[in-house]
Design a protein around this ligand. Structure first.
Ligand code: FEO
Length: 174
């Protein structure tokens, strides 16, 4: 059985993932409003991915006979001064999330809850990717700072990002 402490912490993480989704949706809408359709697409994909993260944790609690209790989602910022600032905030935020995931992993280890430890491995790996992609975006946005044509090209590149369902949710074709 999952401990009350871990149950509560995973339930809180569901809220944190939904807040992340809301943050990235807000960035997507702000980018769209400023004419950066590709940047808007990049963050829209991010919003979909964060909802997957929440769903994976919901499925996990359900599978452990632990009820999910949804909580209010706090307000998010709605304006950024530049695309670079959006990506800088993305990296800052993902570092916070990495800390939250590490905390869950620490509780699971203390509980000797091997099933939870195993489930969390996917999130630990995912956070490496999340931080890496935010760093890459910061580098790309810094590279075109003050260069309108460069920003136009970068925006076009980001329009190509495609959502792919997170592997723990992907259903087998068989
Ligand atoms: Fe759910 Fe961006 O980590």
């Amino acid at each position: 059985m999952i401990s009350t402490r871990l149950h509560t912490a995973i339930n809180d993480q569901i809220n944190a993932e939904l807040w992340s989704a809301y943050l990235y949706l807000s960035m997507s809408l702000d980018a769209e409003a400023k004419g950066y359709k590709g940047v808007a697409n990049w963050f829209y994909v991010q919003w979909l991915e964060e909802q997957d993260h929440a769903r994976i944790l919901m499925n996990y609690l359900n599978s452990r006979d632990a009820k999910v209790t949804l909580k209010p989602i706090d307000a998010v910022r709605t304006e950024w001064n530049s695309v670079l600032e959006m990506f800088q905030e993305t990296l800052r935020h993902e570092k916070v999330v990495t800390g939250l995931i590490n905390n869950l992993a620490a509780i699971a280890a203390e509980d000797r809850d091997f099933a939870s430890s195993n489930m969390l491995v996917w999130f630990i790996d995912e956070q490496i990717e999340e931080e890496e992609s935010a760093r890459e975006m910061i580098f790309a946005a810094e590279s075109v700072e003050g260069d309108k044509y460069g920003m136009y090209q970068l925006d076009k590149e980001l329009a190509a990002r495609v959502y792919k369902q997170a592997s723990p949710l992907a259903t087998s074709a068989e």
